[in-house]
Design a binder for this molecule. Sequence first.
Ligand SMILES: Nc1ncnc2c1ncn2[C@@H]1O[C@H](COP(=O)(O)OP(=O)(O)OP(=O)(O)O)[C@@H](O)[C@H]1O
Ligand SMILES: [Mg+2]
Length: 355
Amino acid sequence: MSALKQDIEKALMGVLDPATGKNLMEAGRVKRIDATDSHWAIDVEITNPALHVKKKIEGDIAKALSGIKPEEAVLQVHFMVNAQARAEERKVLPGVKRIIAVASGKGGVGKSTLAVNLAAALSRLGSRVGILDADIYGPSVPLMLDTKYVRPGLVQDEQGRSLIEPIENYGIKMLSIGFFAGDDQAVAWRGPMASKALTQMITEAAWGELDFLILDLPPGTGDIHLSLVQTVPLSGAIVVSTPQEVALADARKGVAMFQMPNIQVPVLGLVENMAWFSPLELPENKYFIFGEGGAARLAQELKVPLLAQIPLVQGIRESGDRGLPAALDDSNPASFYFRDLAVSVMEMSHRLPNR
Ligand SMILES: Nc1ncnc2c1ncn2[C@@H]1O[C@H](COP(=O)(O)OP(=O)(O)OP(=O)(O)O)[C@@H](O)[C@H]1O
Ligand SMILES: [Mg+2]
């Protein structure tokens, strides 16, 4: 390979592939580089043929090459649409625009609380939302949405196929892996079993038209998680952490999991939960009981946005236990944190390719 081609490849490592969140080279998107004194041609594979996506990549490439390309050489970027990859993805849940996973390496950091309140806040902002509880260790979404004692029924689609009908409360559709496993079964579950149940909740359920389907994952980054995230055609992921070092270390693993070559899910960003404690009687006071600024530093290090910082407040725990998400309750002082998070997620997701 010529030194020039090597330089070009190196420069293209600075350009982001919007579909995977990796750089163009790493994502294997650059199919040809042809560079002469007068003409540089680069073929790039994309899965989303939207004009704004092409324009963005073209602009980023021009910028990345500006330091090495002689002015007289004309740059031409050709786009090749990988229709097959796109068609494969679209077959699953064609009515769902975006599927976003909420994950963390560590347990108990507030994934389910975040997932439920994000779903609720998005719904309040006018989006059609569903939530899928994939936590085999301890499904908690039914409790948080006050649907613990309801079981989903079946409906028929136009072809006469029986589909699971998601339960709906507060305008949010939901299904939980807990409906498929008894309370004492979780420990016996293996990755393939969990992903089979998840596949059923996705391909054999009548989700209808949704703007967002939020996936609440179990804690950890082991085999079960890998098979779960490979089961679902995810549009993006949010990783939750508390400011504590142990939680941050696990969040780093969580981000790394989504960025693995065979997973390649764009990480929308980190959410720092329990960022500080504010007592009920002194809501203006902030006590940084788990440390301060940890998630912001990690976000900077991993080059992902810090989407939100949510305080530890009694009202959030109570709302979860009561089955009325804080995000839906204006009298809950925490509700606006979730609204802000939902706004950020909506903005971020505009940058993701449509499914
Ligand atoms: N910001 C917060 N303020 C107060 N309580 C919170 C907050 N976030 C979460 N909690 C409480 O902490 C507990 C754990 O939260 P949650 O179940 O959402 O965590 P999780 O990461 O989903 O846990 P698991 O790993 O078991 O799935 C719950 O009782 C919840 O109500
Ligand atoms: Mg949970």
